[in-house]
Design a protein around this ligand. Structure first.
Ligand SMILES: NC(=O)c1ccc[n+]([C@@H]2O[C@H](COP(=O)([O-])OP(=O)(O)OC[C@H]3O[C@@H](n4cnc5c(N)ncnc54)[C@H](OP(=O)(O)O)[C@@H]3O)[C@@H](O)[C@H]2O)c1
Length: 278
C-alpha cells in the first residue's frame, strides 16, 4: 500500500528513472524496491498508467495522478503553485490564508516539495505564514529553501531560521545582517528578478517550486521563468483579499495567456495545470 511513509520514496524513484522506461515496484509499508517485469511486483507504471495489486486510497491516487506526468515529462521544470478560492484569492487582506484549501491538500503540497530540489517563497509569505517549507507530513527529502527578501527585512524569529536546515536569501539590500543557517546573496537592484533567475540556473536544480506569494510568482511569470503554473481551486468565495496574480496590464484580450492545460481533482478541489512555456 502507499502511505505517507513511502510515497516520498516512490516519487523519488520515479523522478530518478528514465522518463520513458516502464517501471515495476515491490511496495510494502516501509520498503519501495524497484524490480523488473519478470520478478514479483505489485505496482507498475507503463507510460503514465498506474496499476496496483492493492487498493490505492483516493488521496494518494490523486497525488500520483497529478505528479507522475510532471516528473515523467521533463528533466528540468519550474513549477509555481497556488491554492486559491474560486474568485482567485490566495489570502485575506490581513494575510491569513489558513486554510483556503482542503486540509488533506497539505499531503499533496509536501509531495510536490519532495520532488523539488529547491523551493522559493517571497518574504511576505515568511512573515504572514511563518512556514517551515519542509516535507514533514510525508517521509520525503526537503528541498533547499530560497527566500527573496528584497529589503532584507526578515529576522531570526521565523521558523526557517531556527530548524537547522539551510536557506539561501536573495536581496538587493546592502544591510549588514546575519540570518541563522543562511547564505545571503546580494544582487544589483536593476533587473533584480533576471539576476535571481540567472543565479538559480547556475545552482543547477532540476525541479524548482515557487510556492508564493502573489508578488513572487507574478514577477517570475512576467520574466517567463515558469514552465508549469498550477492552481488548486477550492469551491469557496472569499470576495476580497490578495489576488493570486498581478501581472503586467494588457490592453487587449488577445494578449492574455492562453496556454495548453490539463486538470485533475484533489479532495474535491480542481487542480488546473497551465503549461506556460510549451
Ligand atoms: N494560498 C496560497 O497558496 C499561498 C501561498 C503562498 C503565500 N500565500 C499568501 O500570500 C501572501 C503573501 O504574498 P505577497 O504577494 O504579499 O508576498 P510574497 O510574494 O510572499 O513576498 C513579496 C516580497 O518578496 C520580495 N520579492 C519576492 N520576489 C521578488 C522579486 N522578484 N523582486 C523583488 N522583490 C521580490 C519583496 O520583498 P521586499 O518588499 O523586501 O522588496 C516582496 O515585497 C501571504 O498572505 C500568504 O499567506 C498564499
Amino acid at each position: 500500500m502507499i502511505t505517507s511513509q513511502n510515497i516520498g520514496k516512490l516519487l523519488e524513484n520515479i523522478k530518478n528513472s528514465k522518463k520513458t522506461e516502464s517501471l515495476f515496484f515491490q511496495i510494502t509499508k516501509s520498503v519501495i524496491k524497484k524490480t523488473t517485469k519478470n520478478k514479483r511486483y505489485n505496482f507498475s507504471l507503463i507510460k503514465n498508467n498506474i496499476e496496483t495489486d492493492f487498493k490505492l486510497s483516493l488521496l494518494y491516487k490523486s497525488i500520483l495522478d497529478i505528479l507522475i506526468p510532471i516528473i515523467r515529462e521533463k528533466k528540468k521544470l519550474t513549477i509555481a503553485q497556488l491554492g486559491q478560492s474560486i474568485d482567485g484569492r490566495i489570502a485575506l487582506n490581513n494575510g491569513n490564508s489558513h486554510y483556503i484549501n482542503h486540509k488533506k491538500g497539505i499531503h499533496y503540497l509536501h509531495c510536490l516539495r519532495s520532488i523539488s530540489d529547491a523551493i522559493i517563497v517571497g518574504s511576505n509569505t515568511i512573515k504572514k505564514d511563518n512556514p517551515q517549507l519542509t516535507t514533514r507530513k510525508i517521509k520525503g527529502s526537503n528541498p533547499r529553501r530560497i527566500i527573496i527578501d528584497g529589503s532584507l527585512s526578515l529576522t531570526n524569529k521565523y521558523k526557517i531560521f531556527n530548524d537547522g536546515y539551510e536557506n539561501i536569501i536573495f536581496t538587493k539590500s546592502k544591510k549588514n545582517k546575519i540570518l541563522n543557517n543562511s547564505t545571503i546573496i546580494r544582487l544589483d537592484k536593476n533587473d533584480f528578478t533576471k539576476k535571481i533567475i540567472y543565479q538559480i540556473n547556475k545552482l543547477g536544480y532540476k525541479y524548482v517550486l515557487i510556492e508564493g506569494g502573489s508578488k513572487t510568482i507574478s514577477e517570475f511569470i512576467n520574466n517567463k521563468y515558469i514552465d508549469l503554473l498550477q492552481f488548486i481551486i477550492a469551491p469557496i468565495v472569499i470576495g476580497s483579499g490578495i489576488n493570486s496574480l498581478n501581472l503586467k496590464e494588457i490592453k487587449s484580450l488577445n494578449k492574455a495567456l492562453r496556454p495548453k492545460f490539463s486538470y485533475n481533482i484533489l479532495e474535491k478541489e480542481l487542480v488546473v495545470n497551465l503549461f506556460l512555456n510549451r
